[in-house]
Design a protein around this ligand. Structure first.
Ligand code: LLP
Length: 431
């Protein structure tokens, strides 16, 4: 099986976290997102331990909650004692409603509006990750008005190519995010931040991209950032206390992809940072990491009911399910690979080549192409594995299709975390 929390039981049904996926599909209806809570917990603990061991106490993982955002996930982050990264007031609000202490929140985004800035300052967000000069001036202006000081990190683009899909590269010089070292703008914004009375510059941030399997881009980014810290210290006397190295570690979605040992990657990063810090005789900063995908992806799967099965003679076959791009736009956007199987025939031989498509009025509504399933029939349950990250959080109501429910699985028990959206929910904003 793709991940160790998946299995096949004596009925030949797929299991997640020990729970029978077919029984849960029958109980809650489809499409349905199942989330293995123990798996998320395990992933968080693994990161937290590795970060603390390699970088010292005070260093912390922050959950990049754009990967999966609903109240309970922030409660879990709180229970496990990690911080969080937010990119919008919506994420901050959700976390706050869940009782998450916003002093542990890092507020990102390349275009924070004046209203966003005011909300975050007023609600006690711990740290702003300031993207650009324009934002820095707007933040300073608001802080001055309300007579507050705000901790900030500056987002710096280190100019690293992480070899991933172009839509999820973020650390290149011409990126829409951050201020580039190469163009001198990183130094300009650093000097500006140091000159402003109401902001308290505590360090720097970089994020090179997402779904990255190579380790070198991470150690190179860490190296570039450490050099930058040393350079700024030499130029201005300012020594960064915090270095946030972002997220981006890849997750295995299909056989053939690597399964990264995250703790080992973190150890390698730590070695690179220690070497560079020693060479540049800068103090070793506290390190923050911002994993999103690698905390939640493998905890989730989506189960659908198979509807029409259609063979176009001499061409191909389509297996249609009762969801699609509204709950999972990742194939449509990135041609993202996924493992699909029939949850009620999990042990059977896959002998039917097909494309799995959704129910939307759009040819691009594809979940996966060129897969094989065991004689798929109307009424079978089809599972798409590893959908815990960037599925629910990117879901839409395209074609007025309601969003699925999310059900937690914990120690064999199942519990609704987010109820299924209804038709009434979809018209609730309309006058
Ligand atoms: N920190 C920052 C500043 C980020 O922009 C991101 C992701 C992360 C952390 C978390 O990265 P992760 O560990 O999840 O790779 N929608 C795309 C992914 C976009 C990622 C955006 N930023 C997808 O479905 O693949």
């Amino acid at each position: 099986m793709l991940h160790t929390n998946l299995g096949i039981n004596e009925k030949g049904h797929l299991t997640l976290g020990g729970a029978d996926v077919v029984s849960l599909a029958e109980k809650y209806g489809t499409p349905l997102m199942l989330l293995d809570k123990e798996r998320v917990r395990r992933n968080i603990r693994m990161y937290k331990k590795a970060v603390e061991e390699c970088f010292g106490k005070g260093s912390l993982p922050l959950f990049a909650s754009k990967a999966l955002c609903f109240k309970d996930i922030y409660r879990l982050a709180k229970e496990e004692g990690i911080g969080m990264d937010a990119v919008s007031v919506g994420e901050l609000f959700t976390a706050e409603q869940a009782g998450f202490d916003l002093s542990l929140a890092y507020f990102h985004g390349n275009n924070k509006t004046d209203a966003d800035i005011a909300f975050a300052v007023d609600h006690g967000v711990g740290t702003f990750v300031v993207d650009n000069e324009d934002e820095l001036r707007a933040l300073q202006a608001y802080l001055e008005t309300v007579g507050k000081r705000q901790k900030i990190l500056l987002r710096i683009t280190p100019g690293i190519d992480p070899h991933t899909h172009k839509a999820i590269v973020t650390g290149s010089v011409d990126s829409k995010f951050g201020s580039a070292i190469e163009t001198g703008q990183a130094e300009e914004i650093t000097r500006l931040a140091l000159s402003l009375k109401n902001v308290d510059l505590v360090g720097f941030h970089c994020h090179i991209g997402s779904q990255i399997f190579e380790i070198d881009p991470f150690t190179e980014a860490a190296d570039v950032m450490l050099r930058y810290i040393a350079y700024i210290k030499a130029q201005t006397g300012f020594e960064a206390k915090i270095l946030n190295l972002g997220g981006g570690l890849g997750v295995k979605y299909v056989e053939g992809q690597t399964e990264l040992d995250y703790a080992a990657v973190i150890k390698k990063m730590a070695e690179a940072i220690k070497l560079r810090a020693a060479a540049a005789s800068t103090a070793f900063p506290l390190i923050l990491l911002e994993p999103g995908r690698s905390l939640v992806a493998d905890a989730g799967l989506t189960v659908y009911t198979v509807g029409s099965v259609k063979t176009i003679k001499g061409y191909k076959s389509y297996v249609s399910v009762d969801g699609g791009m509204p709950d999972n736009p990742r194939f449509a956007l990135y041609e993202a690979p996924y493992t699909v199987l029939l949850a009620n025939k999990a042990g059977e031989k896959a002998n039917f080549p097909c494309s799995v498509v959704g129910r939307c009025c759009e040819s691009g509504d594809i979940l996966q192409e060129n897969v094989s399933l065991p004689s798929p029939k109307r009424g079978d349950y089809l599972a798409v594995l590893c959908t815990g990250a960037y599925n629910y959080s990117m879901a839409s109501n395209y074609n007025r299709i309601p969003r699925p429910a999310i059900v937690w699985i914990e120690k064999g028990e199942d519990r609704i975390a987010v109820r299924r959206e209804t038709n009434e929910d979809m018209i609730r904003l309309e006058v």
